[in-house]
Design a protein around this ligand. Structure first.
Ligand code: DAH
Length: 338
């Protein structure tokens, strides 16, 4: 063993000892400068290589490389120990991912209402709002509802002592918009409605509807059908079909109820659609001329269609929710799924 090898081994031993007991990073830097820095020991030894007899060079070179490697490894180990050391002793593992703070989000009904609005907006409708406390004129009279219509009954609608009501449908927003605007009109109005129902799996005392109204010249049932068809596709996918069935509403003539083909079984028949292949979504029709007259529009000049649908209905289908009440119990385990 020559002198250079001896010096290398001593240096490695000393450096390893200092690094093992280093209390902070300044020791690491000092060791680096002293041994590996430009004016440090290893570069100096490297310059002495030329003085080593030829038959010892190989062995000396190997010891040189190994020694430098050992010091570097000891420096890495010390750096790691110093980094983790403080936190570890305090019982904190800095390498763990952060804890996520729980964050709230919109209620599934609000999300779905937003989605409905954005679908209709792409078809040129504007979203409008109406009051939840209504008067009988907007909720019933102007909508051409006969005086003896059962929906007016206090058994079905909530009346305040002063005669005002909690709106039983979003249709009064149609009246408010037509009273304050001239055609052409293309609006949707999402919102909460109230009915005196006994809550069960498919009924609540309040629920949400989205109302649509389009008034222009030469509006036809075909326009209505194509808007509903496009909505159904956007909401439930390309394969959904719709059908219109004759029905009666005081404010539309002709009136229809419309169904979507069952999105669960694709129309073959299952428990969700009660084996019919169709699911009832809501009502629609051509605006009754009497309604136009009530808001001061010329029924000879203007034509229009209107539709309304239950948002909870859509939610049940979209998310396969078996019981409406789940939506209102505010159980976080349920709401978190949306
Ligand atoms: N307002 C009706 C209801 O709550 C739904 C409806 C039917 C709305 C026909 C409309 C319509 O705009 O044209 O049952």
């Amino acid at each position: 063993m020559n002198k250079v090898i001896e010096a290398i081994e001593q240096a490695v031993k000393a450096a390893e000892e200092r690094l093992a007991s280093a209390a902070d990073a300044s020791v690491l830097e000092a060791v680096r400068i002293e041994y590996l820095g430009r004016n440090g020991l290893f570069p100096a030894l490297s310059r002495q290589m030329g003085t080593i007899p030829a038959d010892e060079r190989r062995e000396t070179g190997a010891a040189f490389n190994a020694g430098r490697g050992k010091i570097e490894a000891a420096m890495d180990a010390a750096a790691q120990r110093l980094q983790g050391g403080v936190a570890e002793s305090a019982g904190i593992d800095l390498s763990l991912p952060g804890r996520k703070l729980p964050r709230g989000h919109k209620h599934p009904i609000s999300q779905l209402a937003d989605e409905c609005v954005s679908i209709f907006r792409r078809m040129g409708f504007i979203a409008v709002d109406g009051p939840e406390i209504e008067d009988v004129r907007h909720n019933f009279d102007a909508l051409n509802t006969p005086q003896d219509h059962p929906s007016r009954d206090p058994q079905d609608t909530f009346y305040f002592p002063d005669g005002r009501i909690l709106r039983s449908q979003t249709s009064p927003v149609q009246i408010r918009v037509m009273e304050s605007h001239q055609p052409p009109i293309r609006i949707v109005a999402p919102g909460r409605v109230f009915r005196r129902d006994t809550p069960d799996a498919t009924h609540g005392m309040n629920f949400h509807q989205i109302e649509g109204l389009s008034v222009d010249k030469d509006v036809s049932m075909a326009d209505l059908k194509s808007v509903l068809q496009s909505f159904a596709r956007e909401m439930f996918g390309e394969k959904v079909r719709i059908r219109l069935r004759p029905h009666f509403f005081p404010f539309t003539e002709p009136s229809v109820e419309y169904d979507f083909s069952c999105v669960v079984c694709g129309g073959k028949g299952c428990s969700v659609c009660k084996n019919s292949g169709w699911i009832e979504i809501a009502g629609a029709g051509m605006v009754d001329p009497a309604v136009f007259a009530n808001v001061g529009y010329d029924p000879e000049k203007w034509t229009g269609y209107a539709f309304g649908m239950g948002i909870e209905r859509l939610a049940m289908l979209r998310y396969r929710i078996p019981d409406l009440r789940l939506l209102y119990e505010n159980d976080v385990r349920f709401l978190e799924q949306f």
